[in-house]
Design a protein. Sequence first.
Length: 122
Amino acid sequence: MKIPVDIWLRGTNVASTETIDDVAREPEAWVDEDVRVVLEGMLKAMHRRKHAAQVGSDTGQGIALRGLSWIVNPYEDGGVVIAIEITMGAAVAGPINIDRAKLEAMIARVMVPSTPASHSVH
């Protein structure tokens, strides 16, 4: 499944569109891992856009889903969009035909740190 992502980078006046191509299931059948793929895909698309002039800008490093603001909003023509914002800019993925509350619950679960708080470094 392909999901369009509109990207705006801080300090620019234009938005660009990319797609996330590696979501295995249709939205109605999504599980938490599919939502993780979408969120990580949005962040990777922002990184690629920011570093487009650099050869090999995709470092292959892991992505930590923390420190970003997110919201799920209804889309005017049906479905919902996922919007995230980080210091680099913002990205909006969709529209996606999935129940808003179900998607919000999945995002909340994948945003939970995978390590106990006692192991965090400040």
